[in-house]
Design a protein around this ligand. Sequence first.
Ligand code: PAF
Length: 278
Amino acid sequence: MMTINSIEELFKATQAFHGSIGFVPTMGALHEGHLSLIRQARKENDFVVVSIFVNPTQFLEGEDLDSYPRKEAADTKICELAGVDLIFMPNVAMMYEADELSITAPAIRGFILEGSKRPGHFNGMLQVVMKLLNLIAYHKPTEFRAYFGKKDAQQLALIMQMVKNYFINVEIVPCNIVRSSDGLALSSRNVYLSKEERAKALSLSRSLRKATEMVMRKEFSVSVIEKAMQEVLEEVDVEYIAFVNREFQAIDEVEIGNTIMLVAAGVGNTRLIDNLWI
Ligand code: PAF
């Protein structure tokens, strides 16, 4: 496995990749969720590239950019064991110039939910994903796939839209959410949770399970389901509960096969998101 820290070396290495490339962009602090993306990429491609870059432009003022968990040595080991061919670990100066073109997320998908809670976050996320896709596929592999988790459902929808709008030659592969045995969706930010907070955090996945049970009992009214979810989420600071279709338009009635139920909440100082696709 190669670990590469410069764009020149990256181009040299990828030029020698004759075959399909599966790319998993990350901000490091790898967990089982990332590993499932890497495993899928490994299965479906000749070469697997993982990037590790804590991207400053997607953090807002006062967010956890400085304290975001950084675990280079452990991440490298995990990638090696998972059969990754190349880790790309650039620094900020390599990735950004002082005065750059920017990308603005579209009005509906980009400025509701996470977009309204974290204004500017998606612009920075799209900017870095565009850069990374262009860098990894610079030498035009025969096939190019990039793997993203459904946990960041809105991020995934925006990346798919960017790829479509900008005619980027990549297949985006959405991957299922990975949960720990108690139901908590895996996230690099879970390390911030104390034991008590972690117990409270479980209410996010519990609320989504409750919603699913109601849908299975043919309760499709979003307002009724939302009320029941609120009750489950009593012990956390709910930021939003939302029901959207796959186009990220708000809906009043659940439609099986075309609904994403999302929840975001603060638990202590940690902000968590979770969702379920039905
Ligand atoms: O989901 C993430 O970890 C990040 O948003 C991504 C896609 C790696 C871009 O920095």
